[in-house]
Design a protein around this ligand. Structure first.
Ligand code: ZN
Ligand code: ZN
Length: 354
């Protein structure tokens, strides 16, 4: 039995730069092809933090897109889901038919760019609210959570997917040496997934506790990012051949330039955290042409990896529960965002739970 659905709910509304307010909103109405989900957990993601801090999208909106919860209402046309199902949600789902999708550039698909989950206003994820409407076009992105797994593990499907997608873009061979710059929650996921795939990971970060964690998550070596002989140390690890690849999981241009210099010829630097537009980077183009050092990016999730991600997380080969250091109740979302924006040595993934 599911409790009766109220007419109104609490939601955290973005009202302007650094302005998040707990407000009472109507519980969203759903269409015949939609679901209504009662949110149980929603991860705090850096892409939302940037929108909140820089005001890159107009208010009002309800953010939060790493969402898991329980289905409480099912549109009459919906098949395959029932009230009471515990589910993880993806707010973006590609059409799989357009020009971009045929090139597997799913994040560039027009349908993908539409956000299909809302708690009201312009759809923006809605996970920082008690209920969300899951629109018909993102229903293929709804993943059922096995009984033994938690809502938090459900909520981590989306970020883990973005990480696995990026790893798969790299033409790595087993035994390759890969630098993961930044050992926050995302960096640690990279470290673990790369290690599971047989890569030798060099992990870097400014925070020592995070380097210690990186070793537990599968890094073979750790180097403090601000060490004066950082470059020498990394090169020595590769027996002076250079890195096969580097993943930049921290929005630092210095890290990009340094990593690109440390690549072997034909290696790749993959930018994962550079989501703020308008920045500039100075790179010697001959290193790209003559040395064939690629600079590439990866953004958002790959719908076709959902099953692999579910098995990785739900089997606990990648135990995301160990990443969650802080849980905040919905009414303290502003505090949670603040902590996620300025991580402390003891803070990793922060999740809003209800
Ligand atoms: Zn995210
Ligand atoms: Zn498409």
């Amino acid at each position: 039995m599911v409790a009766e659905i109220p007419k109104t709910m609490q939601a955290v509304v973005y009202r302007g730069v650094n302005d998040l307010r707990v407000e009472t909103l109507p519980v969203p109405h759903i269409g015949i092809g939609d679901l209504l989900v009662k949110v149980a957990a929603c991860g705090v993601c850096p892409t939302d933090i940037k929108k909140i801090h820089y005001g890159t999208v107009p208010p009002p909106r309800v953010f939060g897109h790493e969402t898991a919860g329980t289905i409480v209402r099912v549109g009459s046309r919906v098949k395959g889901f029932k009230v009471g199902d515990r589910v993880a949600l993806h707010h973006h789902v590609p059409c799989l038919n357009c020009h971009a999708c045929r090139h597997r550039a799913f994040a560039q698909c027009d349908q993908y760019k539409r956000t299909g989950i809302t708690a009201g206003f312009e759809p923006a994820g809605g996970g920082y609210a008690e209920y969300v409407r899951v629109m018909s076009f993102v229903l293929p992105g709804v993943v059922k959570i096995p009984k033994r797994n938690t809502f938090v593990e459900g909520a981590m499907q989306e970020p883990v997917n973005t990480v696995l997608k990026a790893v798969k873009k790299l033409p790595l061979l087993r035994g390759d040496t890969v630098l993961v710059a930044g050992q926050g929650p995302i960096g640690l996921m990279f470290t673990r997934i790369l290690a599971l795939q047989g890569a030798n990971v060099v992990a870097s970060d400014l925070l020592v506790p995070r380097l210690k964690l990186a070793l537990k998550w599968g890094a073979k070596w750790v180097v403090k990012a601000d060490e004066p002989d950082f470059a020498e140390k990394v090169l020595k690890i590769t027996s002076n051949r250079g890195l096969d690849a580097a993943i930049i999981a921290v929005p630092s241009n210095t890290a990009v330039i340094q990593a690109q210099q440390l690549l072997r010829g034909g290696g790749q630097v993959l930018l994962f955290a550079h989501t703020k537009r308008g920045d500039r980077l100075e790179i010697d183009p001959s290193t790209i042409c003559v040395d064939e050092k690629d600079i590439m990016g990866s953004y958002s999730s790959d719908f076709t990896l959902q099953k692999q991600v579910a098995s990785l997380v739900f089997s606990r080969k990648l135990d995301v529960r160990r990443l969650v250091t802080h849980q905040f109740h919905l009414e303290h979302t502003a505090k949670a965002v603040e902590l996620a924006a300025k991580p402390r040595p003891d803070s990793l993934k922060i999740v809003i739970t209800q």
